[in-house]
Ligand binder design. Structure first.
Ligand code: NAP
Length: 316
């Protein structure tokens, strides 16, 4: 595996004082490192977390290292649209001008189940919750422009454990067809990519730039392995490192690039990828931006149809 792509160092010393960013799932993994970095640079960070006490603990840790860091922790359960609405109204009340929204939170390989509103868990949490949140924060993003929306997709939007990334419009939420958790994850991550693509098209000329990113294969809580820790340390982690697994700091690089690099504003809707294990060999060295190897990721008709379907599903 080639070395991970790294953000240009000067972007990590930009002064972000006076700028406000919302990050979902900011208490853990890639979201936590992203929050920590931009808080160090002076930004105000609104952490959207489902476990507020844990979010407060993490915020206190960030403040210990950067005492002037400005952090707000609000409750957000993406599997419950009422919670998404409550979170958005809290953000809009306290932070009417935003420079960024990082739709980072996510679940993977969940068992068969549905969110509070009846959506398949991965499609509901990873895509629909963020779709509604983005719509509810768009006025604040326009008011704070130039601003960015960054969606955490995945290289699994191409293939997840052999399942092709597709949007199953006939039954998005597995109400009728047999459930396959990897297929559902691939669908949700392709939806994250297509959402950013369509958002880029719809928000052209507003100063709000959209992007989707693949952070790489990153050592976070997402990759829970059902084996004792000693066995993981001895066998599984070294093997995964050889297979290209990177640390959370490296996994946050693509999000930080999409959030901070000036040239990203010239390509709204584009996809940015860390080095990763694509099935398509040419894509494996990643690219900022990368032309996705999945043809559906380039299909504007699918992106527009997904937007309309999502809009109908999240209606109150
Ligand atoms: N790690 C990888 O290799 C990898 C590869 C490709 C893409 N990604 C993407 O990267 C993003 C970040 O994941 P990560 O690897 O950093 O994993 P992580 O450490 O498990 O972080 C996921 C975050 O999402 C939060 N979350 C999960 N379900 C939620 C819900 N229903 N409502 C609100 N928040 C919820 C989690 O909260 P709790 O702490 O309360 O669980 C946590 O803060 C995800 O979108 C994932 O799909 C990761």
């Amino acid at each position: 595996m080639p070395s991970p792509l790294m953000v240009r160092p000067e972007l990590l010393s930009l002064d972000l004082t006076g700028k406000t960013y919302v990050i979902t799932g900011a208490n853990s993994g890639i979201g936590l490192v992203t929050a920590q970095q931009i808080a160090r640079q002076g930004a105000t960070v609104v952490m959207g977390v489902r476990r507020v006490r844990e979010g407060e603990r993490v915020a206190a840790e960030i403040r210990r290292e950067a005492p002037t860091a400005s952090l707000a922790v609000y409750q957000l359960e993406l599997g419950d649209l009422a919670s998404v609405r409550a979170f958005a109204s809290e953000v809009n009340r306290h932070h009417p001008k935003l420079q960024g929204l990082v739709n980072n939170a996510g679940v993977m390989r969940t068992p068969f189940g549905h969110t509070k509103d009846g959506f398949e868990t991965q499609f509901g949490v990873n895509h629909l919750g963020h779709f509604l949140l983005t719509n509810l924060l768009t006025d604040a993003l326009k008011a704070g422009a130039p601003s960015r929306v960054v969606n955490l997709s995945s290289y699994y939007h191409e293939f997840a454990m052999g399942r092709k990334g597709e949007i199953h419009f006939d039954d998005l939420n597995y109400h009728r067809r047999p459930f396959d958790t990897w297929e559902a994850y691939a669908q949700s991550k392709l939806a994250n990519l297509l959402h950013a693509r369509e958002l880029g098209r719809r928000l052209a000329g507003t100063g709000v730039t959209a992007a989707s990113v693949n952070p790489g294969l990153v050592r976070t809580n997402l990759l829970t392995i059902p084996l004792p820790m000693w066995l993981q340390r001895l066998v599984v982690l070294p093997f995964l490192r050889l297979a290209g697994m990177i640390e959370p700091w490296e996994g946050a690089q693509t999000s930080l690039h999409a959030l901070l690099a000036p040239e990203v504003a010239e390509r709204s809707g584009a996809y940015y990828s860390q080095v990763a294990g694509y099935k398509d060999k040419a894509a494996r060295k990643g690219g900022w931006p990368l032309s996705s190897p999945n043809p559906v990721a380039h299909d504007d008709a699918v992106a527009a149809r997904l937007w309309r379907a999502s809009e109908a599903l999240v209606q109150p």
